[in-house]
Design a protein. Structure first.
Length: 435
């Protein structure tokens, strides 16, 4: 490798992959590479694709991206192509046989193998360091690897292995380093935040981790993603209620409400427990935004189950909601034991009905915000607007607040007070309120 060698990493899939890519690039930057993130860039000599292999759509995107850059290598636009991540973990042998333009395929949880595979030295002391791929004012903190749940539809435990918590001290050190570099919003991610600590400390430690992270004074907001409903750590609600720097935002992927379907899904929570937990959260944190995800068309879901789900979301009125149609993934319990007998058209029809209801709920919720003042973080701007978010919205998945430029002297990472003046189903319009 020469000093001029350049490396481009393309990250597909979830924010957990993003963290893996950011840490990997820190290793290559230390080795002297010019490193970039650019999905469409053919200028770099070396390309690494960090793939997703969770559901069919993600697998297709990953394969198409690999083929795109394999073609670029054939044409001499790039010199070397490597593939890593979930798709590579699941289908390494098949991919290696079919796409010979790739120098090497690496799996997950193997940054050292990737670095050594490119004939560079892996530096363990650099592990907390990252080169952020997005705006410098927010970052994701991955607190664990893998998952110990056995949900019927999910291939993640087979791909990423069992749950491994990272020590509290290591996480606080990484968070402090990010804060010193300008990160103001820290977003905690894992396949299951609720489980954190059980493997390492023999008890749930998420509340203790939050208290430790809140001692990092330069962090303005801490946000939680992916809290599993079963064994939900209720103590975090008390922290949220008293600590304004912990965002009033809870992502709780319930997947369904029918007790029968939840049993088929092999979830560790049933319908009654789910309803009780959600009501507890609403009672103790009435201002919190609750985000959920659902699966439409899981094997065994009938019209009665679907109607129960429709009635539930209409009644509970989630602040944020996403729906996936069921994907029959090989080597999962569902694929091995159930027939994928619900037509894709019916899955999509059920999904669309749910989203139509959620769209109306979102519009009503947003209209009720007109006239209210909110604390907002600025993410970006274009020729007309600044784009920001309140504590109730996470980047990339939730709505934004659009603020007309009006010669305001704002920049990404700034916090400001904004009065909401207009609303649509999935966005708000606001104006800056001067102190």
């Amino acid at each position: 490798m020469t000093q001029a060698s350049s490396l481009n990493i393309i990250t597909l899939g979830c924010s957990k992959n993003t963290v893996d890519s950011e840490k990997l690039l820190a290793q290559f930057a230390a080795a002297g590479y010019r490193v970039v993130y650019d999905k469409y860039n053919f200028d770099s000599e070396i390309v690494i694709i960090n793939t997703c292999g969770f559901i069919n759509d993600a697998k297709e995107e990953s394969i198409n991206t690999i083929l795109h850059f394999a073609g670029a290598k054939k044409e001499g636009k790039i010199k070397k192509l490597y593939v890593m991540g979930c798709l590579s973990e699941r289908y390494k042998d098949e991919l290696r046989a079919e796409i010979t333009e790739v120098e090497e395929f690496f799996g997950v949880n193997s940054p050292e193998e990737v670095v050594l595979g490119l004939k560079e030295n892996y530096i363990p002391e650099l592990v907390p360091s990252r080169i952020l791929s997005g705006p410098s004012h927010y970052a994701y903190l991955k607190i664990s690897e893998g998952c110990d749940r056995s949900c019927s539809f999910c291939a993640i435990p087979a791909i990423r292995g069992t749950y491994i918590s990272r020590p509290v001290d290591d996480l606080v050190a990484e968070a402090a380093e990010l804060a010193e570099r300008g990160v103001r919003e820290l977003i905690l991610i894992a396949q299951d935040l609720s489980y954190y600590g059980l493997d390492l400390y023999k008890e749930q430690k998420l509340p203790d981790l939050l208290r430790a992270l809140l001692k990092v004074e330069k962090l303005e907001w801490i946000r939680l993603h992916y809290l599993y409903p079963a064994n939900f750590p209720l103590a975090i609600l008390d922290i949220m209620a008293t600590e304004p720097r912990l965002c009033n935002y809870i992502e709780l992927p319930v997947q369904h409400i029918s007790d029968r379907v939840l049993k088929l899904m092999k979830r560790s929570h049933g319908g009654p427990e789910t309803r009780s937990l959600l009501q507890t959260i609403r009672k103790r944190l009435p201002e919190a935004a609750i985000r959920t995800s659902l699966i439409s068309g899981h094997p065994g879901e009938d019209d009665t189950d679907h109607r129960e789900l429709i009635d539930f979301i209409s009644d509970f009125r989630f602040n944020r909601l996403g729906v996936f149609t069921y994907s029959h993934e090989e080597n999962t319990f569902a694929a091995n034991n159930y027939k994928d007998d619900i037509p894709e058209s019916l899955k999509s029809e059920r999904r669309d009905e749910i989203m139509e209801i959620q769209q109306a709920i979102s519009l009503e919720n947003n209209m009720a915000l007109i006239g209210k003042t909110m604390k907002v973080i600025i993410d970006r701007k274009d020729t007309e607007y600044f784009y920001g978010r309140s504590e109730y919205d996470s980047p990339g998945v939730d709505q934004e607040i659009l603020i007309p430029l009006n010669n305001q002297n704002l920049k990404p990472g700034d916090f400001t007070k904004v009065k909401i003046v207009s609303a649509s189903e999935f966005d708000l319009i606001g104006e800056v309120i001067e102190d």
